[in-house]
Design a protein around this ligand. Structure first.
Ligand SMILES: [Zn+2]
Length: 411
């Protein structure tokens, strides 16, 4: 027996999903043991293998008999810092109400409503509302989350959102990666040209100088930013060390996904209108397609993205919640339910896209997998085999969540 003492051992798991196999192979280990030391996985395998390598005499033991152990979910696309809700809009729209009627009823719709509320909100309340959402995400097995700005649209309020987002990473167990998305829409008092100028020459330098974001993102769509404008903004981001991401092809095809391939972006997100030849191009790159079934569900999108085609072509795929006022869910499990039933993901592909795929969409090589040397972000599902995660609808099957080797949720 080795002298090296580990802190935590998960024993007897019915299945451990290492996620280390090819596309539809989750690398399942049955009757698995996992050892953790200083927040890192040191060993995963059989009881004999783990006991032979490490001294477990002082470790906290978790018995996962009859349960499934998986890496924490990595949610690579959210707009989680926002104030209030758009519940009245959602409730009215589910009946298929005519948009004119909404106006007559005085219900203000769309992201600008959220921009108004978010700009005016006291920092403390904005923080508390977002924190509550994040702690729900944690209960549902999400251990790393990306957070976009974009409900400010002024330099001051975009910075405020990113600063709150940073604080959320410090005040909750989750890891938060920030994305600057000043190009999410347009402020009411500026021309488009003036606003792009402000993004490039004021917002990006200030955000980068303060170390407030890892990524820069743009909403590239008809009526928003063109591919050419998106390129300008994202190149300015790159100059300041912000890696490019893009909202592309959600409601029209105007070249956003081509730009993602051309610039070899970290991710291309949405893709409802992406043509097959662009999927072929993307398959040859390292760009991850971030797909968000819950958003399409919540907005009743008329054109589903072609996930099966992308998967068959070998495009790298991530699943994300897209938590925002138009898609109010903290549950990656709900996203997996939808991905499997409505978008023809296999259960294995969906789980992989929500863990390894999410990490890849955030350029993180240290998580999304259960393996030696990886961060010990682990969840335990109270189900006898992993396929139940897709089968058991709308229910939280997560029993235990471990972040950086520490138990943060237990039921
Ligand atoms: Zn988005």
């Amino acid at each position: 027996m080795s002298e090296i003492k580990v802190d935590l051992v998960i024993a007897n798991a019915a299945e451990a999903l290492t996620i280390s196999g090819k596309q539809s192979d989750l690398g399942v280990i049955r009757n698995a043991w996992i050892a953790v030391k200083d927040g890192v996985i040191t060993s995963i395998g059989s009881e004999r293998e783990v006991r032979a390598s490490y001294d477990i005499s002082e470790a906290k033991m978790i018995n996962a008999s009859g349960k499934v152990v998986a890496p924490g979910f990595v949610d690579s696309h959210t707009h989680l810092v926002f104030y209030g809700s758009r519940v009245e809009e959602y409730a009215a729209k589910v009946t298929g109400i005519n948009p004119k009627k909404l106006e007559e009823l005085g219900i203000i719709t769309g992201p600008n409503r959220t921009v108004e509320l978010t700009r005016e909100s006291p920092d403390e309340e904005l923080l508390e509302q977002a924190k509550k959402r994040m702690l729900t995400m944690l209960e549902y097995g999400i251990t790393t989350v990306e957070s976009k700005s974009g409900y400010g649209l002024t330099t001051e309020s975009e910075i405020k959102i990113l600063e709150i987002s940073r604080k959320l990473g410090e005040e909750t167990p989750l890891d938060v990666l920030n994305t600057f998305l000043g190009a999410h829409g347009f402020p009411e008092n500026k021309t488009k040209e003036e606003y792009i100028e402000e993004i490039i020459n004021d917002m990006i330098p200030k955000v980068a100088e303060r170390g407030l974001a890892e990524f820069c993102d743009v909403w590239c769509d008809d009526g928003y930013f063109t591919a050419e404008e998106s390129k300008q903004i994202l190149e300015a981001g790159i100059k300041h060390g912000l890696k490019p991401k893009i909202h592309a092809d959600a409601y029209s095809y105007i070249g956003g996904s081509d730009l993602a391939a051309e610039m070899n972006m970290v991710s291309v997100d949405h893709m409802n209108f992406t043509p097959e030849e662009v999927m072929d191009r993307l398959a040859k790159t390292d760009v991850t397609a971030v797909l968000m079934p819950a958003l399409d569900f919540a907005v009743g999108h008329k054109r589903p993205f072609q996930a099966r085609k992308m998967l068959d072509k070998g495009v790298k795929v991530a699943l994300a919640t897209d938590l925002c006022p138009a898609c109010y869910t903290e549950s990656m499990q709900f996203v997996i339910n939808l991905a499997c039933r409505l978008y023809q993901f296999s259960v294995e592909e969906a789980i992989k896209a929500a863990t390894y795929g999410g990490a890849k969409a955030l350029n993180l090589g240290d998580r999304g997998i259960l393996g030696e040397g990886k961060i010990a972000d682990i969840q335990i599902w109270d189900v006898p085999s992993y396929k139940h995660i897709a089968y058991h609808l709308g229910t939280n099957v997560v029993e235990t969540v471990i972040k950086d080797g520490k138990v943060v949720i237990t039921k």
